[in-house]
Design a protein around this ligand. Structure first.
Ligand code: IMP
Length: 422
């Protein structure tokens, strides 16, 4: 059975949580493969809002099994908090969730170092989520990380934790930051360990076995392609690979197993944190989109920067991911915003650019727009494409023909039912 990958095509917050929830009705297993609790996937079921940071979004459907893959950096305390919150809301997750033995732990010194590094970035912070993601991937890359499987061997782990605390506290002292109290950490970790142990498994084998048994698997991307550490707007990126290659590496699935790649993008663009964003609208238009789209970070509550759709960025993201279909989200937010703009080219020093550039070119790129008539109708109750205003239909057709990729789904509101399949 082919594997489906779902990927953010912008700077994250594309509404992936909702799309995963919608397409999971046909899935048996849903996998998180990269990132950590920096993600904030919002899913609304029966009018109730759930924000998931580590637990795969598709798990709100009771028959779907979930996997936290080897590429994830896992904050054990955050995971237990999330399990408890979902448990209180009536979702029994624990029996259906497995965690890769190869995933790395995010521990309190990672968040402390994240804050320290941000404070000392020469006045140009990245604007991280503060969840310790960068320092946790640093430890992984320099082979210092503590993996989930180490929770199984408590005595050995205690030695590792004390040794790590010593190193990290030296580093924190150099940044004039408070040290991490290791004995208190050990006590906290002991209190969640028993709960996590039954969930730990070799998910590379179990996922490949699921694949061979013909089960439907969805690998759910976190963040977005433009935040990818290799292919995104470096250095204003996250520390994992958010594109398809990262999802494969972070789940252990072979490349040829993925035959369907769903790219998710908003009908406009947003970004949280610092970094280039050529189509950003800093004035009234951006503020109006923010207000209507409730564009505030699901993890940090920060206001998101808002602007128009950027075809250069989208073409770049669909190309590097081999996207086979697009899910267009939050089209309802464009209602009442006046004419809709889409960047079709950039201009740099009088030169026209059709391909998304990298590095300093992006800082000075001036977007050139094509304008489309807007619409004022409330589309939240539209159930078919025919019911959508003509102006929105034209806008969708334009994106589709410009990218040469079918738009398979248009989302008209946050609820599961507010989804038109094309
Ligand atoms: P970090 O992943 O916390 O290190 O943050 C690095 C950059 O990625 C910052 O600009 C964050 O705002 C951004 N970022 C990380 N996770 C997300 C996400 O899930 N949605 C949107 N932006 C994110």
């Amino acid at each position: 059975m082919p594997v489906t990958a779902l990927i953010g095509l912008q700077w994250g917050d594309e509404g992936k949580g909702k799309v995963v929830d919608v397409i999971c009705d046909k899935m048996d297993v849903v996998v998180r493969a990269q990132g950590g609790a920096n993600a904030g996937h919002t899913v609304i079921v029966a009018g109730r809002k759930h924000v998931l940071h580590l637990i795969p979004s598709g798990m709100l459907l009771p028959r779907v099994r979930g996997v936290i893959g080897n590429g994830v950096v896992l904050d054990p305390f955050q995971l237990v908090k999330e399990l408890d919150t979902l448990g209180a809301a009536g979702y029994a997750i624990e029996d259906r969730l497995t965690i890769s033995n190869r995933a790395h732990l995010v521990l309190p010194w990672h968040a402390a170092l994240d804050a320290a590094f941000e404070r000392h970035r020469g006045g140009s912070p990245i604007g991280t989520t503060g969840r310790g993601i960068g320092p946790a991937y640093m430890d992984k890359a320099c082979r210092e990380g503590i993996r989930v499987e180490e929770l199984r061997h408590w005595d050995r782990l205690l030695l590792r934790l004390r040794e790590q605390a010593d190193r990290k506290n030296h580093l924190l002292a150099a940044f004039s930051s408070e040290p991490v109290a290791i004995e208190a950490l050990i006590e906290r970790l002991a209190s969640v360990r028993e709960r996590l142990l039954p969930m730990i498994a070799d998910t590379v084998w179990s996922l490949n076995e699921d694949h061979m048994q013909g089960r439907q698997i969805l690998i759910e991307g976190a963040q977005g392609s433009l935040l990818d550490v290799d292919l995104g707007t470096y250095p204003y990126v996250t520390s994992s690979q958010c594109h398809l290659g990262g999802l494969l590496a972070g789940s252990g699935m072979p490349p040829q197993s993925v035959t369907r790649v769903v790219g998710v993008c908003k009908a406009y663009t947003t970004r949280v944190g610092s970094g280039p964003f050529p189509t950003e609208e800093r004035g009234d238009i951006g503020a109006a989109i923010r207000a209507k789209g409730q564009e505030f970070g699901a993890t940090t509550g920060r206001p998101r920067r808002c602007g128009w759709l950027d075809l250069l960025a989208l073409r770049y993201a669909t190309t590097l991911n081999g996207v086979t279909e697009i899910a267009l989200t939050k089209s309802d937010v464009l209602a009442g915003q006046g004419p809709i703009h889409v960047a079709t080219t950039y201009e740099i020093d009088g030169r026209e650019l059709k391909a998304f550039p990298s590095g300093s070119d992006l800082d000075v790129a001036v977007p050139r727009y094509r304008a489309f008539p807007g619409f004022d109708e409330d589309i939240s109750a539209c159930a078919t494409v025919e019911e959508l205003p003509g102006a929105l239909r034209d806008y969708v057709s334009f994106i589709e023909s410009a990218l040469k990729i079918p738009i398979a789904m248009v989302s008209t509101g946050p609820g599961r039912h507010q989804t038109i399949r094309l």
